[in-house]
Design a protein around this ligand. Sequence first.
Ligand SMILES: NC(=O)c1ccc[n+]([C@@H]2O[C@H](COP(=O)([O-])OP(=O)(O)OC[C@H]3O[C@@H](n4cnc5c(N)ncnc54)[C@H](OP(=O)(O)O)[C@@H]3O)[C@@H](O)[C@H]2O)c1
Length: 259
Amino acid sequence: MRQLIPHPGRDDEPDLTAAYAYPGGTRRWLRANMVSSADGAAQAGDGLSSGLSGPPDRKVFRVLRGLADVVMVGAGTVRAEGYGDPVREREEFADARALAGQTPAAAIAVVSASLDVDFSSRLFTAAVARTITITVADAPADRLELARTAGEIVIAGTGHVDLAMAVRLLAESGRGRILAEGGPHLLRDLAAAGVLDELCLTISPQLRAGGQLRIMAGPELDTPLGLALHTLLDEDGYLFARYLTTTRETASSTPGYQD
Ligand SMILES: NC(=O)c1ccc[n+]([C@@H]2O[C@H](COP(=O)([O-])OP(=O)(O)OC[C@H]3O[C@@H](n4cnc5c(N)ncnc54)[C@H](OP(=O)(O)O)[C@@H]3O)[C@@H](O)[C@H]2O)c1
């Protein structure tokens, strides 16, 4: 892997753990990690994102999971991709996680209002850190009971998950290093809620066309969210852009956030 920005031309392998370290001095930081083809498709022809990925992307994916307290994912992705497995415990992150007071592996947090999720899957039964369901107070009572038995519940709002509240509740429980893995509708809602601090975007070296989703889907944002390029890496044609969001008024007014 090469680092292109900042300090291009260094031919030593970048330290990915350092390159993607969560910023110090914050009680909560939400980064999203998404992959797209060079022409903007966030899904391959089979409707999944795995066809866009490759070994370099999976390397970054593992590091981002290794650094996070919580991996947030939309129920649409859980249903589409059969997100069958919880986050695995990895030796290379064990010491740093213990030192930082983190669980041995990040917990997955599924965002769902309908609770149309398989609570008997390994995602819930085999988790190192209990899987969290982020939902609403008026979710179907029988499904809520299943979710409560299967893992941890975070109630954030009514009707529609209040993502700013959800992020605040996670941070207040000491789990402020949040990694959102999509999908596109969740990413759009996180941006609209003003809680997206960072986007880690893998641009996969392929063209697809077709009508697949982009990395964000849903109603256009009232105000475009600005991005500043922080880091750019490449390996085998895969580009890894780490952007920080620049329109931060809403994010920084979220309780619990310290700049
Ligand atoms: N390229 C990539 O990096 C990438 C990453 C992830 C996924 N994907 C692809 O994206 C596709 C799925 O994406 P998607 O956009 O349809 O699904 P998604 O964003 O993963 O999930 C949407 C669902 O999440 C829940 N949700 C999201 N925001 C919510 C809110 N504010 N309040 C309440 N519920 C909320 C709802 O679940 P309920 O309906 O249960 O209420 C909603 O239907 C798959 O094909 C997957 O392969 C691509």
